[in-house]
Design a protein around this ligand. Structure first.
Ligand code: GRF
Length: 216
């Protein structure tokens, strides 16, 4: 199967971007990152891209009158790389329905909760306040509903008695760095797909919670 072209969108640190770069370099992922796009010129993830020899694109949302114009400029820049997959990795802008539809079935996001629980922000604090015994992270296909697309890979972790929002966040982040490369690997091998509203892994429809990743 031909190597897939991946474009990664970031706004910040890009530690998930780094995990994907590392997984490509180790041969886990049969793909290449054709470009990293950031809406912030000072995002640390751009330095990670530069170090890995990946072309960087900066498009500031502040230079555009509205979301449609910003998203249109992003589509124009992204499509020059003929991407098979768009990876949202800490990209902190809400996308327009037109942008989402354009990449339907080939755009992932990662979210720091066991979706559908805790869409939006402050997920670790919310899980603690609810007294949950489990928390985690989820890779999902992006649809027009924010954090609401069908789930691809999910990793539950236990909430420990002394956990704080910070300690939980750190352990969830470590999990993200495992399941994001895994989801990208499976997509690039043609094993994971979102077609007709369902997520398929090896031609079997996944349950609503997606493929459950468990640590040994
Ligand atoms: C992660 O916590 C991810 O779940 C959320 O944004 C954060 C990105 O972190 N969508 P990083 O920039 O990859 O380090």
């Amino acid at each position: 199967m031909a190597e897939k072209s991946i474009v990664v969108l970031i706004s910040g640190s890009g530690s998930n971007l780094q995990a994907i770069i590392d997984a490509i370099e180790s041969g886990q992922i049969n793909g290449r990152i054709s470009a990293v796009l950031s809406n912030k010129a000072d995002a640390f993830g751009l330095e990670r891209a530069a170090k890995a020899g990946i072309p960087q694109i900066v498009i500031s949302h502040k230079d555009f009158a509205d979301r449609e114009a910003f998203d249109g400029a992003m589509i124009e820049a992204i499509d020059q790389h003929q991407p098979d997959l768009i990876v949202l990795a800490g990209f902190m802008r809400i996308l327009t329905p037109g942008f989402v539809r354009h990449y339907q079935g080939r755009m992932f996001n990662i979210h720091p909760s066991l979706l559908p629980k805790y869409k939006g922000l402050n997920t670790h604090q919310r899980a603690l306040e609810a007294g949950d015994s489990q928390h985690g992270c989820t890779v999902h296909f992006v649809t027009e509903e924010l954090d609401g697309g069908p789930l691809a890979v999910q990793a539950p972790i236990p909430v420990l008695p002394n956990d704080t929002a910070d300690s939980l966040q750190q352990r969830v982040h470590q999990c993200e760095h495992k399941i994001y490369p895994l989801a990208v690997e499976l997509f690039c091998n043609g094993r994971l797909a979102h077609t007709s509203g369902q997520v398929q892994l090896d031609n079997n429809t996944l349950p609503p919670e997606g493929y459950q990743f468990t640590q040994e």
